[in-house]
Ligand binder design. Structure first.
Ligand SMILES: *[C@@H]1O[C@H](CO)[C@@H](O)[C@H](O)[C@H]1NC(C)=O
Ligand SMILES: *[C@@H]1O[C@H](CO)[C@@H](O)[C@H](O)[C@H]1NC(C)=O
Ligand SMILES: *[C@@H]1O[C@H](CO)[C@@H](O)[C@H](O)[C@H]1NC(C)=O
Ligand SMILES: *[C@@H]1O[C@H](CO)[C@@H](O)[C@H](O)[C@H]1NC(C)=O
Ligand SMILES: *[C@@H]1O[C@H](CO)[C@@H](O)[C@H](O)[C@H]1NC(C)=O
Ligand SMILES: *[C@@H]1O[C@H](CO)[C@@H](O)[C@H](O)[C@H]1NC(C)=O
Ligand SMILES: [Zn+2]
Ligand SMILES: [Zn+2]
Length: 629
């Protein structure tokens, strides 16, 4: 059986630190790059002889070379190589206008697609059937986006011929405006009085239900997702997919989610539920809008059935849409827009959300509400920060005005003396640079008001510490990244419970501790066994933390730098009790610890104390972090 160089795990974030320092992507990014490259080449071949079109491939955010500086070095070289140094501005604009018009025509899009499929096969990026499906799924939106961004006459000619001819502003940086109200002096929360009420919040993330999961099928098939109808049977020497799930590139059958929800008893009761998205499976090469909506409604109904009257507050994940990661900001209207998805979400989640929250959910997939007096919950649509959301090529400046809206909410909360929780799917350290830096600034400005932040998406159990912007030394916030419900890839199924300073007047609403529960798949899949969801660990007890405030997590990272045993514990829990067989050596350990300090993308300074001799970049290039999401 042929082996394919990459899986379709392109839905993962690829921030700078996760790539080799030389900018080469790891295997998971290969498919994306291949697809982009394929489309670029296809455009070039199908539409004109202008190899100009290679340049946009370099500029694509999904390719690791998407740094403007690098781009500006490449362009003049291309100009010499291809001999279009004498291209004039009017000719350039005329050329791109023609390309743009050409791409409006259906047959040209199809031609682009067919070349992309050929390349996908040639480069063995995925099995032929997967290549075919995924190109068909992406080509329309991708070509539309390219037409409106990198291939628009102004952008393209601005890039090629300089600012006299156009304006290249793909992923240009931008700044949010903060209110002129001076920042109050930092005031860390004081511990709650003994006996003060404590809330328990159930935290579900990355359920990834696979409708086609099938026990006994091949867990190690050629496709990007296995253990399912179409995966084929394993050779006689290897066992097939387990009944409850599998330690492989597989998602979960509905019965495992049902078992999770029905087995919550010992972990409860819960005061509320935060649920941060990624409902459908990773079969991203052939998902239809119907498939995604079926996942949304089926799993929402299941959650309601088992949690009954407990309020559930969801956030939108990157897998909710199809094509995966495709979240056009509100300026895209009509059939390309996310309307089909947000409308269905508003309908499915209506019992849990007030009218004002449903209104903003319909527009941009984000909302705010007050679960308790004195607490504001903000659910962000982190797809607007995503490096993988190709719609942001058109305009990545504060998509949907979400961050400016967040500032408004935080200022209003500060004025009222309320506390705020933020939930979202993609963690801030994995975002596009400008978004991430702006978010970091907002967190620092509202450190007294922002009591907690909760994310998912990486599928592993980790956190991100925020520091003051001036010195990058004083920890002032921490975002918790909870592990996934799904096994993808090679993990135990699991969920998280947060204990929060409870619902009483002047509560700090900060996290007091957290617990992680898993299903031990090895035990559950033994024939005749009854699935048993067990407590894996409690954070404070396991790590010996005095509390779960930002400084405690900062200290934990530096303790783990020197204490191998402690790091091994973290590494085991990071994978929900099922770590990979290869041990985590020094580069792996440093890259993992650096990630816990990097709540802001592209900020190597945040890890400067991990390796005082400056060898961290080297460690990171030796160990590009594997991605699970
Ligand atoms: C560009 O123009 C110059 C002079 O006008 C000419 O000598 C040169 O050959 C041209 N280069 C190309 C690549 O056409
Ligand atoms: C954003 O703010 C930074 C720091 O204040 C500044 O250096 C940068 O030029 C600003 N960028 C834009 C696009 O205004
Ligand atoms: C809208 O787009 C979807 C997905 O691309 C397609 O299946 C559907 O037919 C389109 N509907 C209309 C009315 O064009
Ligand atoms: C991009 O969006 C921002 C914010 O909505 C807007 O101010 C800006 O004008 C847009 N840029 C372009 C080139 O359309
Ligand atoms: C929170 O406490 C207030 C005041 O005691 C009470 O009215 C309210 O119902 C409580 N809210 C929840 C969700 O428990
Ligand atoms: C899961 O069960 C297997 C078999 O009983 C055991 O070896 C393993 O340590 C268990 N894993 C965890 C995380 O408890
Ligand atoms: Zn996920
Ligand atoms: Zn995700």
């Amino acid at each position: 059986m042929p082996r394919y160089g990459a899986s379709l795990r392109q839905s993962c974030p690829r921030s700078g630190r996760e790539q080799g320092q030389d900018g080469t992507a790891g295997a998971p990014g290969l498919l994306w790059m291949g697809l982009v490259l394929a489309l670029a080449l296809a455009l070039a071949l199908a539409l004109s002889d202008s190899r100009v079109l290679w340049a946009p491939a370099e500029a694509h955010p999904l390719s690791p070379q998407g740094h403007p500086a690098r781009l500006h070095r490449i362009v003049p070289r291309l100009r010499d190589v291809f001999g279009w140094g004498n291209l004039t501005c009017p000719i350039c604009k005329g050329l791109f206008t023609a390309i743009n018009l050409g791409l409006k025509k259906e047959p040209n899009v199809a031609r682009v697609g067919s070349v992309a499929i050929k390349l996908c096969n040639l480069l063995k990026i995925a099995p032929p059937a997967v290549c075919q499906s995924i190109v068909h799924l992406f080509e329309d939106d991708m070509v539309e986006v390219w037409r409106r961004s990198v291939l628009s006459p102004s952008e393209a000619c601005g890039l090629l011929l300089g600012s006299t001819c156009g304006h290249w502003d793909i992923f240009s940086s931008w700044n949010i405006s903060l209110p002129t109200v001076p920042k109050p002096p930092p005031k860390p929360p004081s511990p709650p009085a003994p006996g003060a009420p404590v809330s328990r919040i159930l935290f579900l993330t990355d359920l990834h239900w696979d409708h086609d999961y099938l026990e006994g099928t091949d867990p190690d098939c050629a496709d990007p997702l296995c253990c399912r109808r179409g995966s084929g049977l394993p050779p006689a020497s290897r066992p097939g997919a387990g009944y409850w799930g599998e330690y492989s590139k597989c998602d979960l059958p509905l019965r495992t989610l049902e078992s999770l929800l029905s087995g919550l008893g010992p972990a409860g009761p819960f005061d509320m539920v935060y649920w941060t998205g990624d409902i459908p499976a990773h079969d991203v090469w052939h998902q239809t809008r119907q498939d995604q909506l079926r996942a949304l409604t089926t799993v929402t109904a299941l959650v309601r059935k088992f949690l009954g009257p407990v309020p559930v507050y969801p956030a939108v994940g990157n897998h909710e849409s199809t094509p995966v990661n495709s979240f056009p900001p509100p300026f895209i209207e009509g059939n390309h827009s996310s309307r089909w998805l947000y409308e269905a979400m508003a309908k499915a989640w209506e019992p849990w959300l007030p009218a004002e929250a449903l209104r903003t959910l319909r527009i941009g997939g984000f909302y705010a509400l007050s679960p308790y007096p004195g607490l504001r919950l903000i659910s962000l649509n982190m797809n607007f920060c995503s490096r993988e959301n190709f719609w942001l090529l058109i305009n990545s400046t504060d998509p949907a005005g979400q961050l400016q809206w967040l500032v408004g909410e935080l200022q209003a909360a500060e004025d009222r003396g309320d506390k705020v929780h933020i939930i979202g799917h993609i963690p801030p350290g994995h975002c596009l640079k400008s978004w991430s830096w702006n978010y970091y600034r907002i967190v620092a400005r509202y450190e007294n008001t922002l009591a907690a932040q909760f994310f998912g998406h990486t599928h592993v159990d980790e956190f991100e510490v925020f520091y003051d912007e001036e010195t990058l030394s004083r920890p002032l916030a921490v975002a918790f990244l909870a592990p996934s419900a799904t096994t993808y890839i090679g993990l135990n199924p699991g969920y998280r419970v947060y204990q929060i300073d409870g619902n009483y007047s002047r509560s700090s609403h900060v996290v007091l501790d957290h617990e992680t529960y898993i299903l031990n798949l090895t035990q559950a899949n033994i024939p005749g066994a009854i699935p048993h969801w067990q407590l894996l660990y409690r954070a404070r007890e396991t790590y010996g933390l005095p509390n779960t405030l930002p400084t405690a997590w900062h200290n934990l990272v530096y303790r783990m730098r020197g204490d191998m045993q402690l790091f091994q514990t973290f590494w085991f829990l990071y994978h929900k009790g099922h770590p990979p067989s290869e041990p985590c050596g020094t580069p792996c350990r440093l890259a993992t610890l650096c990630a816990q300090l990097s709540a802001r993308a592209d900020s190597p300074a945040l890890c400067r104390h991990l390796m005082p001799d400056g060898s961290l970049p080297e460690a990171q290039s030796l160990w590009p972090r594997p991605l699970f999401c």
